[in-house]
Every structure is written in C-alpha cells, then in structure tokens.
Design a protein around this ligand. Structure first.
Ligand SMILES: [Zn+2]
Length: 392
C-alpha cells in the first residue's frame, strides 16, 4: 500500500489542499481531504506539490530523437521516455507512410500492448495521421504516400486499398484514424472505419462546413489538431473548425504550445466545447526534449528544432517540441485555465474520448496512474498502475 500525502489533489471539479491518496494493488482505494499516515504503507510526501491523474497524449510521433517510424524498438523506447513528462498513456502516432512501414509500427504497438514494459507509459492503439489526407493541407507529410479512399487514381493519388488492408489486419491496434472527408469516397470511408470500431478524426483537411457536418453524421467523433492544417473559420463560412466547435459529440485535439495555436484561440476552443471536449496534445516530434538547433527526423524526413517548434528544411512547420508537463503549465499560466481545466484537457478528456473507463481521474476505484508536479509544474514523480517510475 502507498499513501501519497500532503499534496493538492486535483479532483473532478475541485482541488483539495493537503489531501491524501491511498493506493493499493494498482488502484486508488481512498481519496482523503487530510494528511494520512498508515503504518506499514509506503509514504510519499507530496507537500507543496499538485497531484493529478497521469497525462494521456493521443498524438505523439516521437521524443528525444526517436520517431515511431524509426523501425524495431522505436515505440518501446518512446514509451520508456514519456513518464518523465508525466505521461502515463499515449497513442503512438504515424505520419502517412508505406503499408510495410505501417504494418511494422502496428506490430510494435501489438507487442507493447500484449506485454507492457514496467516503468513505461501505457501504449494505446495507434493514431494514424493517415494516408487519407488532403495534399493541399498535408503540412510536413510526404506527398508520395497520400491516397484516396476510392475511385482509383486521382491527380496522381493512388487508391488506398493497400493501407486499408493493413488497417483491417491490425484492427485492434488502430485507434484513431485522421482523414480528410472531402476526398473522393471520404464520407464512405468515415462510415466504414467508424463502423469497424475506429475513432475517425477529421484533419489535414480543406473540408467545408457542410462536408464536415456530413462526416460527423457518418460517425467522425474526433478532430486532429484543431485549427492547424484545416480550412479557416469565418463568420459566413464556418469551415471545418466551425463544425467541430459546434458539434458536441466531437472532441478536439489542441496543440498547447502557444505557438501552433494562439492562446486566445485556445480559450475560444475551450469556451465553445467546454474543457471536457478538448484534449491537450503535444503532436511531439522526435525533436521534443532536444535543444534548439538540434536535428531530428519525422517519418524519415529531416527536421530542425527551434525554441518554438520543429520545421522541415524548407521551413514547413512539422510538429512540435512540446511535452505534456509544459502543455499543462501553458494552460494554467498562459491560457487562463484553472488546475481543474488543465487536468480535464491533459487527462480526463482524452481518457473519455478513448473510452478508457477508470482512467484520467483521481477517484475511489480509479487506476493509480498519477503525476506529482511541483509549484512550477515540473514533474516530480509519476506512478503507473501504482508503481513509481523513474523520473530523472
Ligand atoms: Zn502529428
């Protein structure tokens, strides 16, 4: 048994100062609003710290020089590195790639899910920032890997039957699939992927409002990095962002680095959807955790790292260098969010979106995935399934 005592507990809807969590057998068995001493239990002093549910990042390409598409062992290496940033579960995320590379990553995801490594973040079904995106909104994604859902070749784009075959063979390990619904066969693709149990996410898309609404009607429930790489929102043409903000059943990702999305637009998103409809993500590339000036890779392409983000050699914005502890801090210190809001964005909303019951909250009976942050929001301790992981 472990007692985490004396910290400010960020519970659903309120913060309890100097409270305690009692953990047994991987679960939170009691939440107390006072300091607790239990003889025989391992005591963890969280005085002058915040205690929150572990962060869940649904959009991670890499970290510390490792990219999900680096080949054997990449997903496990990233999983081992994430707990130092308070992340206790994540969706390994791929850019558009060949069917062979996709199959290899999904095989790694399978292995990590069947036999989780101790001390590593939980590996959730993958997020395919997939081949079915609009070339005009591809950002840093490789154009030669893009596909249309149906109708054969179109403008040099091939039909994506080969990718769909991999998805169907590896189905339990494919969680989120990002796609552009305006491509030929797009709405049917939304319907078939959602019907097969995947979480369809709208993104890298120039969809107008009407097409976006049709995609949501067809089963899309998620949005990939709201505002980034999508049609703009204006008062007469709400575009894809307008549909995503207007429809309650859709949860949106938001890159909370203050660079990809202006802090005021983050506030707009949270005001429109409620904090429980927004998921903070990093969209971290392998450049996350590396110093400015460093070079790294995104799906095999060279990127360089600055203070703000990661960029291709031609200057194209290519994802972030954000980590979830900094996302949490930004929400509180730059975006005007409360501790409760930050916890909703970083832990509770992603758990809810992915249907992970018992995760993303500090509550009796919840899984003991916990992060302890100091007053500057630096990670002091991370627990996964009630076991403390090494935080350097
Ligand atoms: Zn991404």
């Amino acid at each position: 048994m472990i007692v985490v005592s004396g910290g400010d507990l960020i519970l659903p809807g309120r913060v309890v100062t100097e409270g305690s969590l009692i953990i047994d057998d991987g679960r939170i068995v009691a939440v107390e609003s006072r300091r607790v001493d239990l003889t025989g239990a391992t005591a963890v002093d969280a005085t002058d710290c915040y205690v929150a549910p572990g962060f869940i990042d649904v959009h991670v390409h890499g970290l510390h020089g490792h990219d999900t598409l680096d080949g054997a062992g990449a997903v496990a290496r990233i999983a081992a590195l994430l707990p130092q940033y308070g992340v206790t579960a994540f969706c390994p995320t791929t850019v558009a790639c060949s069917p062979e590379d996709l199959r290899a990553v999904l095989h790694q995801v399978r292995e990590a899910r069947v036999a989780p490594a101790g001390g590593s973040a939980r590996v959730l079904p993958a997020h395919l920032e997939s081949n079915f995106i609009n070339p005009e909104y591809k950002g840093a994604q490789p154009a030669d890997c893009l596909r249309v859902a149906a109708g054969g070749d179109r403008d040099g784009m091939f039909s994506g039957g080969d990718i769909l075959d991999v998805i169907s063979v590896c189905r339990p390990d494919v969680g989120i699939v990002t796609l552009a619904p305006e491509l030929p066969g797009g709405i049917d693709l939304v319907r078939s992927l959602a019907g097969a149990g995947h979480r369809v996410s709208l993104g890298h898309s120039g969809s107008d409002y009407e097409t976006a609404m049709a995609a949501i009607d067809a089963g899309a429930r998620h949005a990939t990095h709201l505002f980034n790489r999508m049609s703009p929102m204006t008062h007469r043409a709400p575009g894809l962002p307008g549909a995503l903000l207007a429809r309650e059943e859709v949860a949106v990702e938001l890159i909370c680095d203050g660079h990809h999305v202006h802090p005021s637009m983050c506030r707009v998103a949270v005001a429109a959807k409620g904090a429980d409809g927004v998921m903070a993500i990093t969209d971290a590339t392998s450049g996350a955790g590396l110093p400015p000036g460093a070079r790294a890779r995104l799906g095999g392409r060279s990127i360089h790292i600055t203070e703000q983000a990661a960029f291709l050699e031609d200057g194209t914005l290519a994802g972030s260098t954000l980590t979830m502890d900094r996302a949490f801090r930004n929400i509180v210190t730059n975006f005007g969010g409360s501790l409760v809001d930050a916890t909703l964005l970083c832990s509770t909303s992603p758990a809810r979106a992915l249907g992970l019951s018992g995760f993303g909250v500090l509550a009796d009976g919840a899984v003991a995935d916990i992060v302890v942050l100091d007053r500057a929001f630096r990670v002091r301790r991370t627990f996964i399934n009630g076991e403390e992981t090494k935080v350097s």
